[in-house]
Design a protein around this ligand. Structure first.
Ligand code: ME8
Length: 515
């Protein structure tokens, strides 16, 4: 083993009944940012994403388009994989629940639960929503146009069939204890309160198998039954870590997962059922479930029927990859709902990226290129203003790390950009151009200090805008092995005398094309 601390982060695995949209891109992107952050901070990271391919919903969707389930799965799973690559996500594994390794893991956890007396055979009679792949109690249903519907608005049907049950009701106390662990296990707090009151309201045993369709993993020893798709789906997190080989290096290294990142729609599955299944199978529950908010499009719920689905491939083509990555992570407090609007995107691109950081880098590096023979100047004696800015630059990581550890990605960015604005103020106030003739040393000092800030900022923003950060670091001639967070701070200051490249704007302004 490497001896490095480890970090295991997962996205939900996405259903293949739908093509990927901005919501899916958002979750995967947030995980990518956190994974990249931890790698730069010296962790051994495993970042997992993938597709959820079983269940009645997928079976029905395939039939509706005249395909076999596996044909649909192959096609749409590929599209999700392409999206992750296209968004420059650095996942280490992409799991498909139709893989053999996953079937083995699911059957193993099932057997373990059975062995532990946590599963029994009975009859289910109740409401089921195929769209949500969820069972609902009568009391949870709403009535719309005299029709009973799920709280999510999805249609429900009455189901009566033989079913295996999981003894969920036995886990109330342990779950309530888990929510109160010292390190928060469910974030944000509002979501913790939501699942906590759900559990406090009393848990009923959960139906965990179905006999009315075939597309799934058979229950070991009774293949008339197919496992409930959520047991199957949640187990993906174990499969990828090496389960059932609990002695494997990867399992020992990465389980329990550090963060399951999910949307708020599926927090109950992750923060109630999943830890209960795990504890019942003598496996440690994850360290944290973080449920982020929901994106709407110009104020409207994103949905295929409304026809306002935002295609991430299209918006990246229009605005640029790093620009979209930055916008999604900065615009909305991570955890809250957010509204996607093109105007908001343009504002962020032009103000934060082009004006604040882009201009600062372009102006200072161009001055070095033109007025210092293209080499990094040697600083003269520092003034108090120079010392203050360098001292602040050296400390930024502390605040950024604290926010990232709470998944407050927007706040981490705010800290960095506040510092960029402050440096802009320094640059404008010190007026390096005014010393071009009178005091080249002073000019060189100001330019050096500004370039050093850019070095540190570029290192810090690598998780968010990896390509642009790399471009800045390349321009400054920072070697690739000197771009980790351990290289922030005073020990790795810019080397004077190094020839820099002719600067080329990293963050162009967005100018709308006339249509
Ligand atoms: O629920 N805003 O898969 P799914 C923000 N297969 N995030 C959104 C979003 C939006 N408008 N729309 C989707 C499933 N998401 C199960 C998961 S995990 C063991 C099984 C994101 O394809 C968000 O992360 O319906 C949400 O939780 C997920 O996509 C749902 O994806």
């Amino acid at each position: 083993m490497s001896g490095k601390p480890t970090f295991y982060i997962t996205t939900p695995i996405y259903y293949v009944n739908d093509i990927p949209h901005i919501g899916h891109a958002y979750t995967t992107l947030a995980c990518d940012v956190l994974a990249r952050f931890k790698r730069l901070d010296g962790y051994d990271v495993m970042f997992l994403t993938g597709t959820d391919e079983h269940g009645q919903k997928v079976e029905k969707s395939a039939a509706a388009v005249g395909k076999t389930p596996i044909e649909l799965c192959d096609e749409v799973s590929t599209r999700f994989r392409e999206l992750a690559d296209f968004m420059n996500c650095s996942h280490d594994d992409f799991i498909r629940t139709t893989e053999e390794r996953h079937k083995i893991a699911c059957q193993a956890i099932w057997k373990k639960l059975e062995e532990n007396g946590q599963i029994y055979l009975d009859k289910y009679a109740g409401w089921y929503s195929v769209r949500d792949e969820a069972f609902y109690a009568e009391t949870e249903l709403l009535e719309i146009n005299n029709e009973k519907v799920a709280p999510t608005g999805a249609p429900v049907e009455w189901v009566e069939e033989e079913s295996y049950f999981f003894r969920l009701s036995a886990w109330e106390d342990r779950l309530l204890e888990w929510y109160e662990s010292i390190e928060p296990t469910v974030l944000p707090k509002s979501r913790k309160n939501e699942v906590k009151s759900f559990v406090e309201g009393g848990l009923r045993d959960l139906s965990v198998s179905r006999t009315s369709f075939k597309w799934g993993i058979p229950v070991p020893g009774n293949d008339k039954h197919i496992m409930y798709v959520w047991i199957d789906a949640l187990t993906n997190y174990l499969t990828a870590a090496g389960y059932p080989d609990t002695e494997s290096e990867s399992f020992k290294k990465f389980w329990p997962a550090d963060i399951h990142m999910v949307g708020k729609d599926i927090v109950r599955f992750h923060a109630v059922y999943w830890p209960a299944f795990l504890m019942a199978a003598d496996i440690e529950p994850p360290k944290r479930v973080f449920a982020h908010g929901w994106w709407t499009n110009e104020g409207q719920k994103i949905s295929k029927s409304v026809g306002n689905v935002i295609d991430p491939f299209e918006i990246v083509d229009e605005f640029g990859l790093d620009q979209v990555r930055y916008f999604l992570m900065r615009e909305v407090p991570f955890g809250n709902d957010g509204d996607f609007s093109k105007q908001a995107m343009i504002n962020r691109i032009n103000s934060d990226l082009a004006n604040d950081l882009g201009n600062l880098a372009q102006r200072s590096l161009s001055m070095i290129f033109k007025n210092c023979d293209g080499v990094m100047p040697s600083p003269g004696t520092y003034h108090e203003t120079d010392n203050t800015i360098l001292e602040n630059a050296d400390k930024i990581i502390l605040d950024v790390r604290e926010y990232m550890d709470k998944q407050e990605i927007h706040n981490a960015l705010k800290v960095i950009w506040t510092f960029v604005s402050y440096t802009n103020g320094y640059f404008a106030g010190e007026e390096p151009w005014s010393y071009k003739v009178t005091n080249k040393i002073r000019m060189g000092t100001i330019l050096y200090v500004t370039a050093e800030v850019i070095r540190q900022v570029a290192i810090l923003i690598q998780p968010i805008v990896p390509n642009s950060a790399a471009k800045l670091l390349d321009q400054l001639k920072i070697p690739e092995d000197k771009r980790m967070f351990e290289h922030l701070g005073e020990d790795y200051r810019l080397e004077s005398g190094v020839k820099i490249d002719k600067p080329d704007g990293v963050f162009p302004r967005y100018i709308a094309e006339d249509k």
